[in-house]
Design a protein around this ligand. Structure first.
Ligand SMILES: Cc1cc2nc3c(=O)[nH]c(=O)nc-3n(C[C@H](O)[C@H](O)[C@H](O)COP(=O)(O)O)c2cc1C
Length: 421
């Protein structure tokens, strides 16, 4: 068991106790002044000691005590007042109140003498002061000046040794696994058909982790404000998890590339770091191994291609070019698997125009390279307007066939996401 003794001591009274307690806790025990103390996380039992100043521990110890969370602690205190006085009781109570979710295993209080300067100030107080020097005060201070004495040091050492011993011998409590949930974070869509993709991924997540309750978050503010049925924001979902006592969650991110939206998700997740342990998945296009497995899943759901047919996937991309290299890597990986497979993006690179002369055969099958068949699939890809990819391909003499299903509807892709955690 790792023990730590941390203290503040202006005139050395509490330090004497600290040394006696540290010696009693054994040679491995670390003794440190609060200003230089190591982090509390690394210790099983922490003894915290202070002299009382204006009714409180000194600032350095107060700050350290606030860092102690869910710890086994002991408190020791020296003060000028009688150790069994109401004042002593209040000072100890105030100090204990600074600790968050800690268990106090032992307490020790004794008097501690004043410095000569402070003593002189006390003696010079006017007769009408509530703290005026009188016979009662003189007797109390005369006693305080004898402490901490050898008996105080021995009693404190014995009590802390016994408390540590008891803790050491306590049967280990079976560690309770943290309450865990799973969350699917998606951009969201106002197109009703998009729901099929999200549901398929959720079903795969439920199948993979039937023991974890599942929540959905919609990251797009625009979608949430337009669509009353949209899932809550990611922060809203994470806040709910904290309120409901969850300590951990698998966060499956339903984006294909690590772009702007993904980084937003990561920073929102990081903000919940102190309360929720989050395992955040990476988008498939963000690393080569992920990309290969993902493309395998995409192609598993693609019906066989006729010899005179090629496939053109429509990716989303990013107008500012932030995901260009990820989509370009995906396009070249696809072409390496089959030269009749092409990928272009609505925004950024690779774009549609340079792909057009690469197409071979009579027919082009247009497939969304997006989780959902939303607005881009319906309009930019398969729309009847002159700028849609379908219209432009037909104008160039190709026959077209448009697949209006998001990749999420492909069970292999849904499983790919679910199996990331
Ligand atoms: C400026 C000053 C303020 C003090 N305030 C209190 C107090 O509020 N209550 C009390 O009982 N003792 C008070 N004392 C007495 C100290 O708590 C006592 O001397 C203690 O043992 C000092 O511990 P340290 O030498 O480890 O810092 C005060 C002493 C000084 C010098």
């Amino acid at each position: 068991m790792k023990c730590l003794v941390v203290y503040t001591s202006r005139s050395g009274n509490t330090e004497k106790l600290a040394r006696a307690i540290a010696a009693a806790l054994g040679p491995e025990c670390v003794l440190a002044a609060a200003a230089d103390a190591p982090p509390p996380e690394n210790f099983d039992f922490i003894a915290l000691g202070f002299g009382v100043y204006g009714g409180w521990p000194d600032g350095d110890l107060r700050s350290y005590m606030k860092r102690c969370r869910r710890k086994n602690v002991g408190l020791f205190m020296t003060l000028g007042a009688w150790p069994d006085s109401e004042h002593a009781f209040l000072c100890m109570g105030r100090a204990e109140g600074l600790l968050e979710n800690c268990t106090t295993r032992v307490k020790f209080i004794c008097q501690g003498g004043y410095t000569p300067e402070h003593l002189a100030r006390m003696k010079s107080r006017p007769a009408d002061s509530p703290h005026a020097w009188d016979a009662g005060r003189e007797a109390r201070v005369a006693e305080a000046m004898k402490h901490p004495d050898e008996t105080d040091l021995r009693i404190a050492a014995d009590r802390f040794r016994a408390a540590a011993e008891k803790l050491r011998n306590a049967p280990p409590r079976p560690a309770k696994p943290p309450k865990r949930a799973q969350v699917l974070a998606v951009f969201g869509s106002t197109v009703p058909g998009a729901e099929a993709s999200y549901r398929a991924i959720e079903d795969a997540m439920r199948e993979r982790h039937p023991e974890l309750p599942l929540f959905r978050a919609c990251t797009s503010y625009a979608v949430r404000s337009k669509c009353a049925a949209a899932a809550p924001s990611l922060s809203g979902v994470l806040m709910r998890l904290v309120r409901e006592g969850y300590a951990a969650a698998n966060l499956v991110v339903g984006f294909l590339s690590a772009g702007e939206e993904y980084h937003k998700v990561r920073s929102e997740a990081a903000a919940f770091g102190p309360q929720l342990e989050l395992c955040v998945t990476r988008p498939p296009l963000s690393d080569r191994a992920g990309l290969r497995r993902f493309l395998g899943a995409v192609l598993a759901g693609l019906p066989e291609r006729a010899p005179d047919e090629c496939v053109l996937f429509m990716g989303h991309g990013h107008a500012g070019g932030r995901s260009d290299f990820q989509y370009m890597a995906a396009a070249s990986e696809l072409a390496g698997l089959d030269p009749a497979l092409h990928l272009a993006c609505v925004e950024g690179e690779p774009s549609f125009d340079p792909v057009l002369p690469e197409l071979r055969g009579k027919r082009v099958r247009l497939v969304p390279f997006m989780l959902v068949a939303g607005d881009h699939a319906l309009n930019d890809m398969a729309g009847d307007g002159p700028e849609s990819w379908k219209s432009r391909l037909e104008a160039a003499g190709y026959e077209t066939e448009c697949v209006l299903h998001g990749l999420g509807e492909n069970p292999a892709v849904a499983r790919y996401f679910a199996e990331l955690v």
